[in-house]
Write a protein that binds this ligand. Structure first.
Ligand code: 3HC
Length: 477
């Protein structure tokens, strides 16, 4: 087993002392280089118990890490004493260097370590074991809040896989304590790992380019595919413009922009998505087009590749039906502008496995998004509510209720929405909204979702909003 961790990720290894965290890291993380704070402590002082050397040891630890990362090497920061501040420093170091990985081996709280061994637990009884389980659970719950991207709970099986020589170790009992095993079981096995490193994006339109940018900015290697060179070039230009804006607004350091840009590769060949760990489809909102894409990708990609559709209205289960991986297929619905909007809707198809949902949730969270889970039901959460609202605005305009400017002003100032409905329609795309409404109407046969005539005409006339320079309003390209 080789574990691949995306660039800039922070990984936590949870397990008692002697459970083989360091060996596990050495054996399982690809091209791992372990930098140990304990070794640094030994380098600065002969007396390992001398706590006054901590500061100097940590300084050395970070210097070595920085050096390794600047060389573009994978590093495991092996320390049992990583504070929140040290963690923040490690993360920014990883990002700054665009380094493949910084992983942190981290012990469970001291109380757990002290009270965990089986012999003692047996003597003190079930209560102590329950307390240990609770403490470990608390430690695990803190992981996302503390900024880790993945974690591994080491129990007996993990040790066996790591071929750790523990038989003679007096600490074996500690490592195989019921508490550790119980927590490992409760958290779904001994390993919770992030295996996504390379992301494929199909389509480099408004959403595809935003998704590609966001993934690359968070350190993933990205291959984005468009149908022809002209569309690809336009999409990649959009990525550049968006990152330039982010730099201008002080949201992105220029060197991170450069590193992200290097991670994105454009292509017009679907075949180039062959070795992606996860593919996100962000093509036009039409079922026939999406099915054709999935059929092709299902032939091209290995079994392990996860498929996600960024659809906002089309059935995940139906899309998955043309592939042989219904369990490894789900919806991952981003919002425009992707680098700015915090939400991702995670959509569970009828066959989607818990493991796929879990991996995709962690993937979306690693992009800095907040995830909500929805059933495979047209429109999911946001569009189920938004689309009738937008269509009602168009119908109100058709009826002559007010001017588009006044309707927009009313919604902006009366409801505090950042954009009025017509501004938002132009922003999202008239054609996209038309296809979404049409799909929802086909499903529900409810007139609330029927696209108004004006929307259809604008779609046919190419007045698609900001992206074509003209929608309800006009834009200078
Ligand atoms: N990368 C990172 N951050 C960026 C950025 C970029 N490329 N561009 C802008 N930002 C940041 C800015 O720094 C700013 O952050 P701050 O508030 O912390 O300073 C923030 O984003 C807003 O940027 P601006 O000040 O430049 O722009 P506005 O204030 O005019 O806001 C907007 C622009 C965010 C688009 C805002 O108008 C908005 O929220 N509109 C509504 C968008 C919306 O509803 N989207 C969902 C559409 S529905 C959808 O997508 C689903 C689909 O299926 C239809």
């Amino acid at each position: 087993m080789r574990i691949v961790v995306p660039p800039g990720a922070l990984v936590m290894l949870v397990g008692p002392a002697g459970s083989g965290k360091t060996t596990f890291a050495r054996r399982h993380f690809r091209e791992t280089e372990v930098v140990s704070s304990d070794r640094c402590r030994a380098l600065v002082s002969d007396d390992e118990s001398d706590m006054s050397v901590s500061g100097r040891a940590f300084q050395l630890f970070f210097e070595i890490l920085r050096h390794r990362l600047e060389l573009g090497r994978v590093a495991v920061a092996d320390s049992t004493a990583v504070t929140a501040r040290a963690r923040a420093e490690l993360r920014s170091l990883a990002r700054r260097c665009g380094a493949p990985v910084v992983a942190v081996a981290f012990d469970v709280p001291l109380e757990v370590c002290l009270a965990r061994d089986t012999v003692r637990a047996r003597r003190v009884g079930r209560e102590v074991i329950e307390r240990q389980v609770e403490l470990m659970r608390q430690a695990l719950e803190r992981i996302p809040a503390e900024g880790y991207d993945a974690w591994y709970v080491l129990d007996e099986r993990a040790q066996e896989e790591a071929e750790v020589e523990v038989r003679r170790s007096p600490r074996r009992q500690a490592a195989s304590s019921p508490a550790v095993r119980e927590v490992a079981r409760n958290t779904g096995g001994e390993v919770h790992g992030m295996t996504i490193r390379k992301v494929g994006v199909v389509g480099c339109g408004l959403m595809g380019s935003g998704i590609a940018e966001t993934c690359a900015r968070q350190g993933y290697e990205v291959v984005v595919r468009e149908v022809n060179d002209e569309l690809l070039e336009r999409g990649l230009r959009r990525v550049q413009q968006s990152m330039a804006r982010a730099v201008e607004r002080g949201k992105l350091p220029p060197e991170e922009r450069d590193a992200a840009w290097v991670r994105i590769r454009g292509t017009v060949r679907m075949d180039d998505l062959r070795d992606c760990d996860l593919v996100i489809e962000a093509a036009v909102e039409r079922m026939d087009v999406k099915k054709e894409i999935w059929r092709e990708l299902d032939r091209i990609c290995p079994e392990r590749t996860l498929f996600c559709s960024n659809t906002s209205s089309l059935s995940i289960t139906e899309q998955a039906s043309v592939t042989r991986r219904g369990d490894r297929f789900c919806g991952l619905h981003f919002f425009n502008p992707v680098p700015v909007m915090k939400l991702v809707e995670l959509v569970r198809g009828l066959q989607t496995s818990e493991e796929t949902l879990d991996t995709c949730r962690r993937f979306a969270e690693s992009l800095g998004k907040t995830v909500v889970v929805a059933k495979d039901y047209p429109g999911f959460i946001v569009n189920l509510l938004l689309v009738p609202f937008l269509l009602d605005a168009v119908r109100a305009l058709e009826k002559g209720l007010a001017t588009k400017e006044d309707i927009d002003t009313a919604v902006r100032l009366g409801l505090n929405h950042p954009m009025g409905p017509f501004e938002l329609l132009d922003f999202v795309g008239i054609d996209t909204t038309y296809y979404i409404a049409e799909a929802m109407f086909q499903e529900f046969k409810d007139p609330r979702y029927a696209p108004p005539v004006l929307l259809k005409q604008m779609t046919l006339a190419g007045h698609h909003g900001r992206k074509t320079g003209r929608g309800f309003y006009e834009y200078r390209q």
